[in-house]
Unconditional design. Sequence first.
Length: 370
Amino acid sequence: MASGILNFRSAPGRLLSLDALRGFDMFWILGVDEFLNALRGAAPGPLTNFLAAQVTHSDWAGVTPYDLIFPLFVFIAGVTTVFSLEKILQSGGRWAALRRVCLRAVLIYLLGILYYVSFLPWGEVRLLGVLQRIALCYLFTGLIYIAGRWRGLFLALPVLLLGYWALIALVPVPGVGAGYTSEGLNLANYIDRHYLPLYKWDNDHDPEGLLSTLPAIGSCILGALAGVLLKKDGLSPQRKVFWLLGAGLACLLLGYAWGTQFPIIKKIWTSSYVLVAGGYSLLILALFYQLVDIWGLLGWTRPFLWIGSNAILLYTAYTVLKFSELGGSAAGLLFPASPPAAAVLGSFLAACTSLLIAYLLYRRGWFLRL
């Protein structure tokens, strides 16, 4: 059993609803999304078409359930930031908290680099990606919390969202003009095209690009504010649920209203998208907190707890160890004459492999901590 910052150990005192929610979020991208898409290919129809559409990203503007997976993970990172940092601040002070935030952000960022190196063409490096964005959001949210606690978070959120909107709306893109949100014509894509080096996910721009990291920090701050609420003494658990529900509905109303002027677009993480995704995140957190931590209904959450306790490890292993390809190869041997059936079985095997590994790690009490 290893020791230090990066180690496998049990995790006492965790908020079970957060682990369950993290696992629920991760569950959909550990082979389940591939399974539902393969099922549509093998047996197209109204039901399979509908299910596959739910695990498919919007082409550009708009939002599907699949578009909510990543911001929910960023949101959860914000919630846990408050819980972990508050303990360090009380026991070791600000410098200990700063060291923790900076070291953890660097480790997650480097893991993100290694994650993409595992499958990108040789010599290609993606400086910004999913784990890198989580690292940056965690870093700045943690620094703001250390400096100003909940007041700092509360002030930073509108500054980030309104500031990003002002940049997109008012700063002209050379040869295009100001206020454009179409793909390739907006300021975020322009900055990536000219100032983001090395590999970019969408040819000359990136959905986890430079400028769009600013509002993404807002998604993490929303989670941190939810964490402040959950930690608040003197407020009953049931009232915390009501506050989460109210805040979630308010974010949805404001986000969809703002989306009529500043479209809801995941690939440039618009401010309206932050509010809409944050609103849904608050509502589902309220649901999980009510069911798990207040009512104690744990049985149905067990698979999600297994996954959520080692979410980053499983996310990385799924791609690096090529679970999907391994499952596809095994299924191809069983259904050599039916590629659609092989795709269904292969994605099912990949999902089952992820779940089995999550279960074994959880059963042994091994948790990867960064």
